[in-house]
Design a protein around this ligand. Structure first.
Ligand code: GDP
Ligand code: MG
Length: 163
């Protein structure tokens, strides 16, 4: 079985943007099923030659189990439980918010290896919150810009290093 890498964090920090970056746009588009799910939640990524199963945990905590998304949640949650690594994302421009602290507690409860990803850090924006994010207790943040494609090779190096 492929190692599972989970992208977690509060809404709007850029999880789906990072997911699409790592999975690759073409594969993300091909697998879209209109009317069922607008955003893909799982995909195959090849990171420095290593194949991983990538999961975007968007809304995992809110979905009701009887909905379609809720059933998907169940399979994603099983995958999360067996994950090799969690990429915990924050928005470096917004700084660390109470919602980040809430999601960080959820991440720590999983007892899995975690990489702290400070997204939206293009240029030097968000440098202050990159420092502030140490306080989440999830180790050294990796600054990236999923949208602008910055810091991704460093991130991929770190991911492979943690598998
Ligand atoms: P999600 O809710 O965590 O999945 O976040 P999305 O991937 O949907 O992104 C939320 C918003 O942040 C969108 O408007 C993105 O275009 C924007 N965004 C994502 N990554 C970056 C980034 O690296 N820099 C900036 N400035 N915006 C980003
Ligand atoms: Mg999303």
């Amino acid at each position: 079985d492929l190692p599972v890498v989970v992208i977690a964090g509060r809404p709007n920090v850029g999880k789906s943007t990072l997911f699409n970056r790592l999975v690759g746009r073409r594969q993300a588009l091909v697998a879209d099923t209109p009317g069922v799910t607008r955003d893909r939640k799982e995909g195959l990524a090849v990171i420095r030659g290593r194949k991983v199963r990538l999961i975007d945990t968007a809304g995992l905590e809110e979905a009701a189990p009887e909905t379609l998304f809720g059933r998907m949640r169940t399979s994603s949650e099983e995958a999360v439980a067996q994950a090799a690594l969690i990429l915990f994302c924050i928005d470096a421009r917004a700084g660390v918010t109470p919602a980040d602290q809430h999601f960080a507690r959820w991440v720590r409860r999983q007892n899995l290896p975690v990489l702290l990803v400070a997204n939206k850090a293009e240029g030097r924006s968000g440098a202050a919150s990159v420092m502030e994010s140490y306080a989440l207790g999830l180790g050294e943040p990796v600054p990236v810009s999923a949208e602008h494609g910055e810091g991704l090779s460093d991130l991929m190096f770190e991911i492979v290093d943690h598998l």
